[in-house]
Design a protein around this ligand. Structure first.
Ligand SMILES: *Cc1c(COP(=O)(O)O)cnc(C)c1O
Length: 235
């Protein structure tokens, strides 16, 4: 290719994905033991297509309306296999119904009323319980002491609890270590397989601590365009 030729978005994402996998491998973990969820929030459907084109199958969104809009747009693409959508953000109860037809894994179940609504709109759905391991309430998550109760409530509701999820603290990546280790200890105690922790800024720390699922936006797709919502979409 001549210099200056535009590299396709999918090729760019594929190169970034290779770098993320190398970073995981450099910690001593097998990259195949860590599932990569491409976080497409703030990007258009083109970014989601690029992630799928790079071979990823898991896409994460933080806002209900945005997930529903992108899912509908991708579903209209002829001949494409549907991605596995992950709801990763603090979820309002009234958004559950909107996204229930699309979501493959509900990552941020942090309270009983939310679990009840998910069980009503998506019976038997696969969920993660989000744990607040940082004491920063705006990040969501139930306090560690309430995990046992919420897991058993989800079980009672017929939901399939697959694991735990946490968002690391603001600040330097090593600061995330204690919280991530606490999450792993809780997951071990409950015999839960998925430990969803680690984003662009703290991916290596999370993987070193035992993450089995990372949620990566910026490192795969580049910086999010300044939040210009998609037409007609209100987050
Ligand atoms: C936005 C977001 C991510 C991805 O963040 P990056 O820093 O862009 O990798 C991961 N998890 C959650 C819960 C998020 O809201």
């Amino acid at each position: 290719m001549a210099p200056g030729t535009l590299v396709s978005r999918a090729e760019q994402v594929a190169a970034r994905l290779a770098a993320v996998r190398s970073a995981i491998e450099a910690t001593g973990r097998d990259p195949d033991s860590v599932r990569i969820v491409a976080v497409t929030k703030g990007h258009g459907a083109d970014a989601a297509r690029a992630a799928l084109g790079a071979g990823l199958v898991d896409l994460g969104e933080s806002y209900g309306q945005e997930l529903a809009a992108k899912a509908a747009e991708l579903a209209a693409d002829p001949g494409s296999a549907p991605p596995r959508w992950h709801a990763i953000g603090r979820l309002q109860r009234n958004k559950v119904r909107l996204i229930a037809p699309h979501v493959g894994l509900w990552q941020s179940v942090d309270r009983a009323v939310l679990a009840e609504e998910i069980a009503r709109r998506a019976p038997g759905a696969a969920v993660l319980v989000q744990v607040d391991v940082t004491g920063e309430p705006q990040k969501g998550g139930c306090p560690p002491g309430e995990v046992a109760g919420l897991v058993s409530r989800c079980d009672d509701l017929g939901l399939s609890v697959r694991g735990l999820m946490a968002v690391g603290p603001a600040g330097p990546p090593p600061a995330a270590r204690p919280g991530f280790l606490a999450l792993v200890a809780l997951a071990d105690r409950h015999g839960l397989e998925i430990r969803s922790m680690g984003m662009s800024g703290d991916l290596e720390v999370a993987v070193t601590c035992g993450s089995t699922m990372v949620r990566v936006g910026t490192d795969l797709l580049g910086p999010r365009p300044t939040r210009t919502p998609m037409p007609g979409v209100v987050a």
